[in-house]
Design a protein around this ligand. Sequence first.
Ligand SMILES: *Cc1c(COP(=O)(O)O)cnc(C)c1O
Length: 235
Amino acid sequence: MDISANLNNVRQRIAGACARAGRQAGSVTLLTVSKGHPAETVCAAAAEGLTLFGENRVQEARVKIGQCPGRLQWHLIGHLQSNKCRDAVHFFAMIQSVDSLALALEINKWAEKSARTMPVLIEVNVAGESSKFGYAPDRVLGELKQLNALSKIEVHGLMTVAPYAPDPEKVRPVFRRLRELKGQCEDILGAPLAHLSMGMSGDFEVAVEEGATMIRLGSALLGPRVAPKPPAGEA
Ligand SMILES: *Cc1c(COP(=O)(O)O)cnc(C)c1O
């Protein structure tokens, strides 16, 4: 897998999407999704200058993080169970997958015990897919003030995973809706939110055109991944 060539290709496509949208190419942060890839692949990506990595399972991440250079930053991008909050607060620089007030309370509790503040994004299930985690858009607006009031949590923005579509144009309305929702959240808070985390390998150009500040790319950078093993006891 030629990560260097993939990265060049991705950078050009980000620059193209930014140009079409009248945005600065530097306004998009690239997060490399390393789930399903071993630590050696992360090290190879780090050697290309990539420094921000995303994992969707705490268990897999904590082993991998221990095997990778300490200067790298890690974000949790998958659903978090309350019994993993302690580790999540310990290992991640940001939790992008806050999908309930109960979870936020638990993260807040462990952040307090660790004497740190935890940057988070609120995950939104824009399309209302039953197979996906995330807040319904209306519910975000209803609970935002309570989430933001938690003393050890900093809400930095919104995250979404768009439905799979062979033609990424089909999910443009999903990205647009998340951008609008961010605006509504900013009105409620009376303050700007830094991040719109949206766009994956199959749809990131459309996401950038619609205002993504962070895109999460796995296969476009690192190639195909090994399917995750089911957790022990859940074959
Ligand atoms: C796996 C994953 C990605 C990356 O997917 P690719 O299609 O490989 O780019 C991005 N975001 C989340 C939340 C993921 O779980």
